[in-house]
Design a protein around this ligand. Structure first.
Ligand code: HAM
Length: 434
């Protein structure tokens, strides 16, 4: 029979045999961000469309071309989140978290949706780990979140990932810069794509991250924001660099980084690699001092970053980083007959109470097929229980890699304490190892 459908283009399934890699990566992100004082926030997968239109920016590729927007049956326009920052900011404002003390520090794991052209490392549904910090304008905060991103990358064991930083100034210095950009791009008006032509007046900086090859070629020689920074922005950027130097974080200043979202001010940064092809940015972030006001709150300078989970996992794969799989079956109990099934329930239950994985037959397979399954799942130990074993009052536990057999008395009741006592002890008739 043919399948009635397959997964949607640009989406991916994480299969049971792969999910330990995600869990390992997520755990490191949780641990590291916790050390920096971040606590998890969870927000809905969809929001009112205007949140992203205002927050992310009307002239961005994300809002103009990539959002999954639809009308609900009630006639409201809602959008699947294309990123995590706007939703987190909305939640912080709605719950007045600033009253609980500043800075507010939030971390999140989110699925995001962008209708982009799928390619390696670029999906229509993808996942981010991100952090946001609200209520500080101090450059040390910029450096601190960069240190957090770096420490996650280091703990994941990744190499050849370079940190690139830039400052894209504040509304004051940006006015001058926009003027220079307009003058430059006016000369190429007939070659720019329609979207970029419409951006020319409203927000010429967005032309710098247009994905059309012609526009990006023209953008290469455009004026650089770093030549237009006001004194305050320059000082802020210098202070961020000094903090990074003090923390021993290596970076390069790349004046072409402008980021694709409108809310950024001052510091922006990306962690990039060339080992996974064209989509090599594994983390992006920066300061967004005006976003909270834009969304209706008080002035609250803020900053954050997000990492692409799929891209990080691709790099880990490419670099052959070994990820421990703790999901190994400790004991497989093969059974023959009804009585044996009940005893197997008792034994597997006790093993599981000790925090280990135990399995027994739930399909009704014959003994050979059960042992084949035990092999397939990589069970460390196996045990065969049938009428014979129950009558004799003992069974053998087999170490599946050495073949060594250990006798176990079946007349007793198997409890967690008993299993615990016979575990991890190499010399006293051990039958289980964690
Ligand atoms: P972004 O650069 O758009 O920033 O996305 C962050 C990361 O998500 C990227 O560096 C990349 O690793 C991953 N990513 C983005 N688009 C895709 C895609 N189509 N497929 C796979 N991975 C993708 C933001 O989203 C900001 N909200 C980051 C931020 C947080 N800035 C401040 N706070």
């Amino acid at each position: 029979m043919a399948l009635i459908t397959k997964k949607i283009k640009g989406t991916e399934d994480v299969l049971p045999k792969e999910s330990y890699k995600w869990q390992f990566t997520e755990q490191i992100m949780r641990d590291e961000s916790r050390k920096f004082g971040f606590k998890e926030i969870r927000t809905p997968v969809f929001e009112h469309t205007e949140l992203f239109a205002r927050g992310v920016g009307q002239t961005t590729d994300v809002v103009q071309k990539e959002m999954y927007t639809f009308d609900t049956k009630g006639g409201e326009s809602v959008t699947l989140r294309p990123e995590g920052t706007a939703g987190a900011a909305r939640a912080v404002l709605e719950h007045a978290l600033e009253n609980e003390g500043l800075p507010v520090k939030a971390s999140y794991f989110v699925s995001c949706y962008r209708y982009e052209k799928p390619q390696a490392g670029r999906l229509r549904e993808f996942h981010q780990f991100g952090i946001e910090e609200y209520g500080t304008s101090a450059p040390v905060a910029d450096a601190e979140i960069i240190c957090l991103a770096q420490s996650i990358i280091d703990r994941l064991g990744l190499s050849d990932i370079n940190l690139e930083i830039n400052s894209i100034g504040c509304p004051t210095c940006r006015a001058e810069y926009h003027k220079a950009l307009r003058e430059y791009f006016e000369g190429y008006k007939s070659e720019l794509c329609d979207t970029c032509n419409s951006r020319l007046n409203k927000n010429p900086m967005r032309i710098l991250d247009c994905k059309s090859p012609i526009c990006s070629q023209i953008a290469k020689d455009a004026p650089k924001i770093t030549d237009y920074l006001c004194n305050e922005c320059k000082e802020h950027f210098d202070a961020v660099k000094s903090c990074l130097d003090a923390a021993g974080i290596k970076y390069t200043v790349n004046p072409t980084i402008v980021r694709g979202l409108d809310y950024y001010t001052k510091t922006v940064f990306e962690f990039v690699t060339d080992c996974i092809g064209a989509q090599g940015t594994v983390c992006g972030g920066g300061r967004y001092d005006g976003l909270i006001e834009e969304l209706g709150g008080k002035h609250m300078p803020s900053l954050g970053f997000a990492m692409g989970m799929e891209r990080l996992l691709m790099v880990m794969d490419k670099q052959g980083i070994e990820i421990p799989d703790f999901d190994e079956c400790a004991l497989y109990v093969a059974t023959m007959g009804e009585k044996a099934k009940l005893k197997a329930f008792e034994i597997t239950g006790a093993v599981r109470s000790c925090g280990m994985i135990a399995e027994t037959d739930v399909i009704g397979r014959g003994l050979r097929a059960q042992m084949k399954y035990a092999d397939k799942i990589g069970a460390k130990y196996s045990m065969v229980l049938g009428d014979n074993e129950l009558e004799q009052g003992y069974a053998n536990i087999k170490n599946m890699s050495t073949g060594k057999l250990t006798k176990v008395n079946l007349d007793r009741r198997f409890t967690a304490e008993f299993i615990e006592m016979h575990t991890d002890d190499e010399n006293s008739g051990v039958f289980l190892c964690r």
